[in-house]
Structure formats: C-alpha cells, structure tokens
Design a protein around this ligand. Structure first.
Ligand code: TRP
Length: 341
C-alpha cells in the first residue's frame, strides 16, 4: 500500500512562485511514490470570501489549471473540490467537540490572520474553526504526509491532537496522524522584501504572468539600498534576488560564488537581476505553454473524476468515525453518496 499525501489551496487567485517553492514542486515529486490528493479548498476559501462567493467560483478552474500546468498529473494525483464532499463537513462537526475555543485562538497562523483582517472581537465562527475543517480534510483520506509551507504547521499539529483525542476517547484507531513535508523554501519572500509572497499583498510573481511582467517584477525587486555602485560591497541577507536564486536556480555553487562576489563588491544589481530573470523565464515558459493548451471541459472532467474518487474514500472514513461514535444507526454503507454525480 502506498502512503497518502494530501494538500490543498484556497482558490482565491492564481498560484504564484511562493506556492511553487513551498509546495507544488514537492507535489510533483510525491505523486510518483504516494497516493496523492490535491484539494481545491473552496469551503475554506469561503471563510474569507463568504461575501463574494463568485470570486471563489471563478478561481476553482484557474487553480486546477495551475496544478496541471506545473505537472500535477491527474493519472497520478486525485484533484478534487472540497465543497462537493459533504463528508468533510460532517467530520468537522464531530471534531468540533474535541477542540476548545481558546485552543483555536492560540493558533499562530489564525492569530496573524485575525490581526491582518482587523476582526478584533468580531471573528466569524467559520473562520476561527477552519483549522478543524482542515483536520477533517487531512484525516478523511488517511493522510501520512502533508506537503505545505511553514505557516501550515499549526494546522497539522491541531489535526494530530484531534486524532489522538478521538482515537483515545472512542477507543478506535480509525484516524491517522500525519506529518508536514516542508518545501525547500518554506517561506518565499515577496518582491518587496517585506513579507511572504502573497496575492493580497500584491508582491508575488504568478505562474501565469507574461514574460514582460516577470521581467518588470524582477527589476522592481528589493535588493540592498546601500549598494549603489557596482564596486560597492552589497548585502546578501534580505536581498530578494538572492532569495529567489536560492529557491529556483539549480546551480548552488554558482550562487554561493556570486554571493561572495556581491558582498565583496564588484557585482551589480543589473547583472544579478538579469540572471534571475533568465532563470525564471526559462522555468515559467513551459508552465505557461502547458496552460495554454488546457481546455476548460477537460479540466472540469478531471475535477469531477477526482472528486468522485475522493468522496468514496472520505465516506469510508466517515463511516468508521460514526461507527466509533456508535451512531451508525442504519448501517449506512460508505458508498451511499456515490450516485450524486
Ligand atoms: N490552509 C491551506 C492554505 O491556506 C489550504 C488547505 C485546506 C490545506 N485544507 C488543507 C492544506 C489540508 C493542507 C491540507 O493554503
């Protein structure tokens, strides 16, 4: 039996280089040896965009296209849509009993998000509870490994707490603990050097950005403001161009000698940026090309097939969970929801 990998993204916009470095590159690798699930987390996206559900809808197929474009292969990975699997919502309800409000309020990722969104004391319950729903996503598929960025570690920790508590309380082993698999770059900085690359901060290079935009964004990258003449010594730390070269340039030795040269003086930002631009253009061209040939109808079909498979697996876990709780009254079979498609 292959081990299971599962991860997901909120479909609120196209994916960018932060996703590529943090998780997508790992997923492309993992699919050869793992039974991999890749989830379009539209339910979770709605915790943010419940006032504008159209935005979530519009981005479902966009993100699915990004998956296919980077090389997530529907023959090897199960791509599915979270909202079409009601079993995940059901699991969430049973898990909610096992988590206190204060435990949720301590989640560092959620805490940061609450501050960013300026919710104050008016946090919607759905938002506060999204880590519980994420625990349902993870456990529903018997996940072993979750390939994610660093900000998702608290979610996996909570999922494992729920698993231990559930299994202990109801004397079962139907839920499984999982572990994170961090990408080579756990947190890619934005082009402004201020925070992590993100769509909402408008500081990311998107996988489907056209070549001129990529070039412009590389040119706009934050380097070392005190590095004025080529001969001046420059700072490597906090220099966005080096952060991106570290993440995406495949010759590490060359980069380390460039870093040396840059800090000694004698390497200009223009030359450095042109090296990065070339590297990114080369990497993103085939992704953009692949995307161009994807047809909406085929993407949708991939999502439907993946969702059908994911649903029957989640139904199996839900049946085991209900049986552990002693509420499988009518002996429902795992496949009961199957003919919804
Ligand atoms: N929280 C993740 C993000 O914002 C998306 C997500 C939802 C997820 N469910 C998941 C990631 C389960 C890993 C596993 O990117």
């Amino acid at each position: 039996m292959k081990k299971v990998a599962l991860t997901g993204d909120r479909p609120t916009g196209n994916l960018h280089l932060g996703h590529l470095a943090g998780s997508l590159m790992n997923r492309v690798q993992l699919q050869d040896s793992f039974d991999q699930y890749v989830m379009l987390a539209d339910v979770q996206a709605l915790t943010d965009y419940f006032e504008n559900p159209q935005k979530v809808k519009d981005n479902i197929l966009e993100v699915a296209a990004d998956y296919l474009a980077v090389g997530i292969d529907p023959e090897l990975s199960t791509i599915f849509i979270q909202s079409q699997i009601p079993q995940l919502a059901e699991l969430t309800v049973y898990f909610m009993n096992l988590v206190t409000v204060s435990r949720l309020e301590r989640n560092p990722t959620v805490k940061t998000e609450i501050a960013q969104k300026e919710f104050g004391r008016s946090v919607p319950t759905g938002f506060l509870c999204y880590p519980i729903s994420q625990a349902a996503d993870i456990t529903a598929f018997g996940t072993d490994v979750v390939p994610v960025g660093e900000d998702q570690l608290p979610m996996i920790e909570l999922a494992n707490e729920i698993v231990r508590k559930f299994n202990r309380l109801y004397q079962t082993d139907c839920l499984k603990e999982s572990e994170a698999l961090l990408g080579k770059t756990t947190r890619l900085v934005g082009i402004d050097g201020k925070a992590k690359a993100s769509k909402s901060l408008n500081n990311a290079i998107f996988l489907n950005d056209p070549p001129e935009i990529i070039k412009q964004k590389v040119q706009a990258m934050y380097t070392d403001p005190d590095h004025i003449r080529i001969s001046d010594p420059g700072k490597v730390d906090g220099n966005v161009v080096f952060a991106y070269l570290d993440a995406f340039y495949d010759n590490a030795e060359e980069i380390s000698s460039l870093k040396q040269q840059y800090s000694n003086g004698g390497l200009g930002d223009t030359a450095l940026k042109s090296l990065l631009n070339e590297c990114l253009q080369k990497m993103l061209l085939p992704i953009r090309e692949k995307r161009r040939f994807l047809r909406k109808k085929d993407i949708l079909e991939i999502c439907i097939n993946g969702t059908r498979k994911a649903k029957s697996v989640a139904a199996g876990t839900l049946a085991a969970v209900k049986s552990a709780l002693g509420i499988n009254f009518f002996n429902e079979m795992p496949m009961q929801g199957e003919n919804l498609y």
